[in-house]
Design a protein around this ligand. Structure first.
Ligand SMILES: [Zn+2]
Length: 326
């Protein structure tokens, strides 16, 4: 069962989240089988993005959708994971051509999305109650470090993002295979952070630095294989047995991370209306019907001539030819 664990380090300005996506991750892969499946390195990148998205959403508890995107200049043009406030996630990619062969099923990030140094990573927070016209918050970072060096792992990119955009020191470990997508996030809290439980009065900066650095080094020692193969209790015990952890009730089952797609016939209908009657009639003339597939979950939505007439017969909000897709 997929699960998420949140914890604090008692008396220290550090918090953590550990996620293991198992059944939910296998469901994502099962929806893209055979000829439709992504190459192994892309699958594993998407697994890491799913795990990272869930970690970040759980960490900030944002009321809305957190969208993690990589815009690549290699064979992977776009890779995306989206996570709702109830930890429902979905992920997909657009790949043109083939990724390089890899015996391990893993490729450096640059091979897939940053061959020419133009790759970007974006984190978007789209609030549930967004007003019409209000733009979601978005932060964008290149896939290179401060000295222009290409970053070879998603975890490095996101640590860089947190430091640049959020001024938060963060340590991330991510890994995925075809069975599980998993991640560990450790983050330093501001000294006066309200979540700094059991803080014993004023701590000095050097001491806080030392605490965070020690915990970050422990977290970074977590090996990919351990993250993939060990259960949460074993991982946390092995890494932090000398620390005092305050653990919260795990999120699993109904309140845990789960695969969830937000597509619907209504949304597809709105999208088609946005294209305008003329465009739709052209497609109908060419193909006899409209067939829209969801890239995230594989659902197919079909519209015949009768459906198309209904689309444009409803309500005055969508006059023929109006377009909200740019
Ligand atoms: Zn869908």
């Amino acid at each position: 069962m997929s699960e998420l664990h949140r914890f604090l380090f008692d008396g220290q300005p550090v918090r953590g989240v550990l996620v293991r996506l198992t059944d939910s991750w296998r469901e994502v892969l099962a929806r893209r089988k055979d000829g439709d499946a992504f190459d192994a390195p892309v699958r594993h990148l998407l697994g890491e993005m799913a795990a990272a998205g869930v970690l970040m959403q759980a960490n900030i508890k944002f009321n809305g959708t957190l969208i993690l995107q990589i815009f690549g200049d290699g064979p992977v043009k776009v890779a995306v994971s989206e996570v709702s406030s109830d930890l429902g996630f979905r992920t997909t990619a657009k790949v043109v051509g083939e990724t390089a062969a890899s015996d391990t099923g893993i490729l450096p990030l640059g091979e897939m999305v940053n061959r020419h140094g133009q790759g970007r990573c974006a984190v978007t927070l789209d609030p549930e109650d967004r007003m019409p016209g209000q733009q979601p918050y978005q932060g964008v970072v290149p896939l290179n470090g401060d000295d222009g060096e290409p970053l070879s792992r998603l975890a490095d990119v996101l640590e860089h993002y947190m430091a640049k955009s959020e001024q938060l020191e963060t340590k991330l470990v991510l890994a995925a295979n075809d069975e599980i997508a998993a991640g560990l996030l450790i983050q330093r809290l501001p000294l006066e952070g309200e979540a700094n439980l059991a803080g014993e009065g004023q701590r000095d900066q050097a001491e806080a630095d030392e605490d965070y650095n020690r915990i970050a080094v422990l977290a970074a020692s977590l090996k990919r294989e351990e993250l993939l193969n060990l259960d949460a209790d074993t991982i946390l015990h092995r890494l932090f047995w000398e620390e005092k952890l305050i653990r919260f009730e795990p999120h699993q089952g109904a309140v845990g991370p789960k695969f969830e797609c937000t597509c619907s016939r209504e949304r597809v209908s709105n999208m088609l209306r946005g294209l305008g009657r003329e465009e739709i009639d052209d497609i109908m003339a060419e193909q006899g019907r409209i067939d829209v597939g969801c890239d995230f979950c594989g659902a197919r939505y079909q519209f015949d001539a009768v459906d198309v007439n209904e689309l444009f017969a409803e309500g005055p909000d969508h006059p023929p030819g109006s377009s909200n897709l740019q």
